[in-house]
Ligand binder design. Sequence first.
Ligand code: ZN
Length: 223
Amino acid sequence: MRIILLGPAGSGKGTQGELIERHYGFPRISTGDLLRLEVQKGSELGKMVAEVMKSGRLVADELVTRVVRDRINAPDCRAGYVLDGYPRTLNQALLLEKIEGDRPETVLEIQISEEAVMERLAGRRVCPGCAAVYNINNDKVITDGRCPACGAGLVARNDDRPEVIRERFRIYRETIGPLLEHYSRKQVLFQVDGRRAVEEVFGSIRLILDNRIARSQGESRRP
Ligand SMILES: [Zn+2]
C-alpha cells in the first residue's frame, strides 16, 4: 500500500505519518529529509539538489522523483510506505505513477482551516538549547517561557510568523486543487478532519487504512 499524506504545514501530517509508521510498520518518507540527506551524502544527485536549493528555486519534479524512486525501491518499502511532502504537484503524481503504477494507493488529505493553522503555529515554540518543540497553548508544563527539559528561553520559529504561515497556506491552496481532483477521480482520496486531537485524527486514519489494506489484500496477493 502506498499512502500519500496531503495537508498544509501545521495540519499535523508529519505526526500522523509517524503514527502510521509505528502502527503499520510502513516507513514514513519525508521528501524534505530525503533531499537534505542526499546533499549531506554528497552524492551526484545531492550535488544537483544542492545547486538548485542554493539558487532558491524549487527542486524540479524529475529530480525529486528520482530521489523518491531510489527510496521506495529499498527493501523496507516492499509492504508499503508513507509519503509526506510528495507528490506536491499533479506532474509529480503522474511521474510517481509511471515508476510504480500498479501499487494500491490511499491518499489522506488532512483538512484544516487557515485560522486553525494560524492558532496552532502561533503557539509553537522551539528550544535553542535542546531543539525540543512545544506549544504554549497545549503544553501546561511551560509556565515561564523556559524549556522544561533544559531551562533555555523558548523562541518562535522564523517560519511561524503569521505572514509566512499565510503565504505558505496560500501556495498550498493554489497547488493542491489539481492533485485532489486527480486522486478523487481515481477514487483513492479520503478526507480527515485535522482540527481534532492527534489521537482522534489517527483513529479516523486507522479506520480508513484497515479497510483499504483489507480490500487490497482481497483483490490481489500484493500488499
Ligand atoms: Zn531545551
